[in-house]
Design a protein around this ligand. Structure first.
Ligand code: ATP
Length: 361
């Protein structure tokens, strides 16, 4: 397994399409990195550059300190798993896994041992004698994973490998991929546009937008310390609520003020907001950080517009100064549409953004 370093990687298609714009990233040995971002942000292009399937415009790629920027794909010792299962339909599962090993001129005994070992890991031992069309989508994707592991690549590259699976299977395959990663500890770069998938798989998430990296962090970091409003909006469901407020300084205290509420902040937040005295900012508050409370502890009352039961919890929809907000309530919550209720915000969880740049304050 290996370290990977991307240094000032840029990829242009023709003159006008800047698919990847000067990205820098250091991936540690054994790390599971997820490239996450909306459609067209350059994730797949970045992965294809790593695999050597796309010619780089500028920058360098290093695997274990070796510059592989202009090395042919097969010499990079990376394995790529695609969205489509890409297993050979005319070969049994055993041969699908064994084929790349035969190309390496391994002995039959060695091949036999490796195939059994990886089939065990990917939980497809029972299917070695079947053809791919006798398997489900999830099983076929496990064959692709087993085949990729068998060649012991330095780095695994996975391009939305779960997106052809139905929703339930997708979630269970996530757990399986994570289990396989625990066993192999293989350095992995995984591309997805599904934030829940990224959160549950990644050691670190790399969030991309318009060909650039906007934040790199652990799932907790990108959820709790969003670099900008784009990240706060993209990560988490339902997404973060954004509310415009004015930073008011009065009687030695700082307040977040909006036509509907005024909330006093503590000294730590006050010092962060010092430069914004008298100015407009945007606060981001996640639906689970709006607390339904009694009148005394509240900052305002709101009207319930709709409720959306989710089984494990309920989402209440309300309005704060013309902005629709979503609030996570317990499954037992009995608030009904048109009913008024009292809320406050978990102060330490509020995210603060510059009104103009949309960057974290
Ligand atoms: P998706 O999640 O939809 O697959 P992505 O984040 O993987 O999107 P890319 O496929 O990397 O995005 O594409 C990045 C940008 O580069 C897009 O604007 C896309 O249209 C453009 N692009 C990709 N491949 C080519 C190509 N071969 N020629 C021209 N433009 C391309």
């Amino acid at each position: 397994m290996a370290n990977l370093r991307l240094s000032n990687i840029t990829k242009k298609f023709g003159k006008n399409v800047l698919a990847v714009n000067n990205i820098n990233l250091e991936v540690h040995d054994g790390e599971f990195i997820v490239l996450l971002g909306p459609s067209g942000c350059g994730k797949t292009t970045a992965l294809r550059l790593l695999a050597g399937l796309e010619e780089i415009t500028s920058g360098n790629i290093f695997i274990d300190k070796k510059d592989v920027t202009y090395l042919a794909p097969r010499k990079r010792e990376v394995s790529m798993i695609f969205q489509s299962y890409a297993v050979w339909p005319h070969m049994k599962v055993y041969d699908n896994i064994a084929y790349p090993l035969r190309l390496k001129k391994m002995s039959q005994d060695q091949i036999d041992q490796i195939v059994k070992e990886v089939a065990e890991m990917a939980d497809i031992k029972k299917y070695l004698d079947r053809y791919p069309n006798q398997l489900s989508g999830g099983q076929r994707q496990r064959v692709a994973v087993a085949r990729a592991i068998a060649v012991k690549p330095k780095i695994f590259l996975m391009d939305e490998p779960l997106s052809n699976l139905d929703a339930k299977l997708r979630v269970s395959m996530r757990t399986e991929l994570k289990t396989i990663h625990e066993k192999t500890n293989a350095t992995t770069i995984f591309v997805t546009h599904d934030q829940a998938e990224a959160m549950s798989l990644a050691d670190r998430i790399v969030i991309m937008k318009d060909g650039e990296i906007v934040q790199i962090g652990t799932p907790e970091e990108v959820y709790n310390e969003c670099a900008n409003m784009f990240v706060a909006d993209f990560i988490g469901t339902p997404p973060t609520n954004f509310i415009e407020v004015e930073v008011i300084f009065k009687d030695d205290n700082y307040f977040l003020k909006n036509p509907d509420f005024s909330m006093k902040v503590n000294s730590e937040i006050a010092s962060r907001l010092n430069a914004y005295k008298g100015q407009k900012i945007i606060i981001g508050i996640r639906p689970e950080n709006i607390i339904i409370t009694d009148k005394e502890n509240s900052i305002m009352s709101v009207e319930c517009l709709l409720t959306e039961p989710q089984g494990s919890h309920k989402i209440l929809i309300a309005r704060i100064n013309d902005e629709i907000v979503k609030i996570v309530a317990s499954a037992e919550n009995q608030i009904k549409p048109r009913e008024q209720f009292f809320i406050t915000f978990k102060l330490e969880k509020i995210l603060f953004f510059d009104y103009n740049t949309q960057l974290k304050i």
